[in-house]
Structure formats: C-alpha cells, structure tokens
Design a protein around this ligand. Structure first.
Ligand SMILES: [Zn+2]
Length: 275
C-alpha cells in the first residue's frame, strides 16, 4: 500500500475519534461518589450516579426510546413519578415524557444545549389515554402537538384543556422544581386565569416550547459541584416582562450564524467520562 494510503487511514481514524462524542456513547452510569451528583450547569455539565426512568410508570410513558435520553438524577426520576401519580389521582390523562439526559449527562450530539447535568426533562402538553400502553413504534412516530395558534400566539382551545393547567400547577408546586419553561402564549393564558398565585412564578416564558414544557430542578442538596441559575425574579411574572415576549424585538430571528465556542466542561466531568 502506498504511503499516502497509510496516511489517509491514519488521519481518518483520528478525525472519527475526535468527532465521536463519548457522552453519547457511554452505556452505563458513572459512580464517582457514594451518592448521585449533578455537576456543573444545566448547559455545561455532567452527571454521576444516574438512574433510569422506567419507560412506563403510573401516569406517564416515555417517548422516543431510541434516543436513550431517559437517564437523570434520582431527584428527577422521583419528581416525574410524583407528577405522574398526582396527575393520575386527578384524572388528568397520561403524561408523555420526552428527553431527560444521557447516562452520564454531558453534551448531546443533537437536540439540546441544556439537559446536561441530569436535572432537566421535557414533558409533552399532549395528554394521552391513561388506559393504553403505547407500542415502541408509536413512541417513535407520534408527534407532540402545538397548543399555540396564529401570529398572536394565542392558545388553541382544541389542544389546551384545564388538565394542562393542572399538570403545570402540580409540577410548579413541587419544592424541588426550580422553574418550568413554556411558550409565552401558555404563560399568558395561565396569567389570565391564575394571576397572583404563587406557583405562576416558576412558569417562565421561553422561545418555542409550544408543544412541551421543560421542567428544571434545583441543584440537589449536597451536590456541591452543581451550579444554580440566578434566582427567579419576585412575583408571578404576569407583567411587562411577559409583554416583551409578544413584541417585535422578541420575534426577530436571532442573528445567525453565531457559533459560541464550545465551553470547557467542569474538571470533575473528566473523571465522570473516564470511569
Ligand atoms: Zn428541554
């Protein structure tokens, strides 16, 4: 074989190795300490001691199993199970759970910037029949449906029910939940009905999030390497800060292409991925 062919094999091997994301290919949890640890921030971190969310539980089912994103901190598993249980008690329907995180957290090759330290989960607004277990195929092919309609970001009453509001209220009232991201149209709908209620403070408007809500936990107690977000502003958020989301400025497409430099993961994550 001519030398340049060896050279080609050599360089392509290294390119492939550099591109492979070890966080996406890890297949078992790391255990760097006796207890589970969320490390770093939600969008630059990792997880040791992940647990698996069972794909069927009381009041919930996990979607898109092929993505292998059903791992999280034990607090996250417990929180999803509580929301499922309480939703069942109140006859609200079956929750469909999207991504949690990878088995050691960390950056994902697709989909999210956050969900890295085992404390984030996406839950669809679509509430399914509580008496039916979805097949694997259905979990891959069913789509989340938007609850927003028209240019004014109004809620679509055909896709939105009081049950959706009750699920959000159950979730926001759990003490370990830090905040929940929803489309601004959803937040406005909740403000119209529940203005002044304390749980609304945790419901935060964000781009997209019109077919699912994104629930984020606080840093777990004792996880000293977990970095919290700045605390939420006081009040229910039904104010000028909400009005901004419907302004021309908020609707402007973000200036592209802006590619932020890949952040460096916390040093402890090296230990997590090498284990
Ligand atoms: Zn999310």
């Amino acid at each position: 074989m001519p030398f340049r062919h060896y050279l080609f094999l050599f360089t392509s091997f290294f390119t492939a190795t550099a591109i492979a994301n070890p966080w996406a290919t890890a297949n078992r949890p790391a255990n760097i300490s006796a207890y589970a640890q969320s490390i770093g921030t939600y969008d630059n971190g990792c997880l040791s001691g992940a647990v698996t969310l069972p794909i069927n539980g009381t009041g919930y089912q996990v979607m898109r199993l092929s993505r292998q994103r059903f791992f999280g901190h034990p607090d996250l598993k417990e929180t999803i199970e509580i929301i499922g249980q309480q939703s069942t008690n109140q006859h609200l329907g079956m929750l469909l759970v999207g991504d949690l995180g990878q088995v050691r957290g960390g950056p994902t090759p697709s989909g999210h910037r956050s969900h890295q330290n085992g404390l984030d989960v996406d839950i669809w607004f679509l509430l399914a029949n509580p008496n039916r277990t979805l097949s694997n195929d259905e979990r891959e092919s069913l789509s989340a449906t938007t609850v927003i309609t028209g240019a004014a970001d109004n809620i679509n009453p055909r896709q939105w029910t009081r049950a959706n509001e009750q699920v959000l209220q159950i979730a926001a009232q759990l003490p370990k939940v830090d905040r929940i991201f929803v489309n601004a149209g959803v937040k406005r709908e909740l403000c119209n009905r529940y203005r002044g209620q304390a749980w609304l403070r945790k419901i935060r408007p964000w781009w997209k999030h019109d077919d699912h809500f994104h629930l984020r936990l606080k840093c777990p107690i004792g996880n000293s390497h977990c970095q919290s977000q700045p605390p939420l502003p006081a009040g229910d958020g039904c104010d000028a800060s909400l009005a901004w989301w419907f302004s021309a400025e908020a609707k402007k497409p973000s200036p592209k292409p802006y590619k932020p430099k890949e952040p460096v993961l916390p040093a402890l994550c090296q230990q997590v991925i090498r284990q």
